[in-house]
Design a protein around this ligand. Sequence first.
Ligand SMILES: [Ca+2]
Length: 437
Amino acid sequence: MTIRLLASFATSLGLLALVSCSSDATSDAPQDAAPDRPLADSTHEASPEAGTDAAPDATSDASADALVPPPDADAGLEAEAPSCISGQMPALKLTSIASGLSAPLFATSPAGDARLFVVEQGGRIRIIQGGAVLPTPFLDVSASISTGGERGLLGLAMHPGYASNGRFWINYTDTSGNTAVVEYKASTTDPNVADPQPVRVLLGIAQPFANHNGGMLAFGPDGYLYIGMGDGGSGGDPQGNGQNPQSELGKILRVDVDSYPTPAPGNMPGGNPHVWDMGVRNPWRFSFDRATGDLYIADVGQNAWEEVNVEPAGQGHRNYGWNTMEGTHCYQPSSGCSQAGLTLPVAEYSHDNGCSITGGYAYRGAAIPCLQGRYLYADYCSHRIWSFVWNGSAATDPKELTAELDPGDSITSFGEDAQGEAYVVTAAGTVYRIEEN
Ligand SMILES: [Ca+2]
């Protein structure tokens, strides 16, 4: 594989590095060649079981450390991101903190809470407390959902004031396969279980195909709930949802949980009033840097390119390009596409290195000082884990962490606890904490 670094790229986001690929399949092929995201059996509606075998093997080599450019000597780091340069980083390791979970795909903690809440695709939320998985699920909505493939219980976000109000929201595909974001609340008598009665369905969004359901939920530093919506599915975005500002599909939505459907103020003008960003394909995990408020969006590619976008705090209204572009490459049309008004990713990798991105977090824990501010992300198929430091205008100081952190299984998600410590969640059912070795 040839590595090619572009010293500059005409984008406001600064430097971009491209990993060139000998088989750059950016054609408008009607089907996805590989599973699309952590849960994926396939991205193609007509053959929902076909995808996994098509996934490329992880033919790992050291070269992909250059997925993002080397540090720019003049760039400097934000005061909020005093990450050590990669050469100073200590060795890292994964420590299993729970296993035997059923298809876990997310882990999070309420602010100030020592427990870790793990989302299982089949519809349960489990609590890890005191080193053990509590036998009684916190919540079980398995009767309310469809699951399998890319469907299921996909996301969870606690209210910033959860400690006092117990409010939380989940994102699942309902029994008809449509997206539902539903509010629940913790029991008033037992903090380790939720009231099984939903408070209310916050919103529902019709899904035209089984795949690309997004699913991420997270409260931003502005107190609004952000919702990751895929393009509706099939392959290639046949409905053109990503570039349709009126559609809620292929978007990052931003809602006020107390006023919805009255829109949150400050969303993207001229389209659906709940849209914050447009032009995403299937954002499989986005996260806010809890120190800077920057928004990291990992967007799963079609057949060739997986990408990470970084949005400075509060600066939404961006068009991330799908399905005009896949990563930094024209998708439709396959050459000569107009990039006017599009925001290109800050990092990307080709399917030589994996099949489906799993976005993580800018580390803000205390246990690994050298990891401060470093963004972690992975590939579902190859289990490769990479990182970079966002310096406010570019992804710098790339470091691959696969040798230390490969769990030997598909990485469905990262997680972050109340202290900012980072976790890796695997399809086989184990949750690991990232620690210094
Ligand atoms: Ca994009």
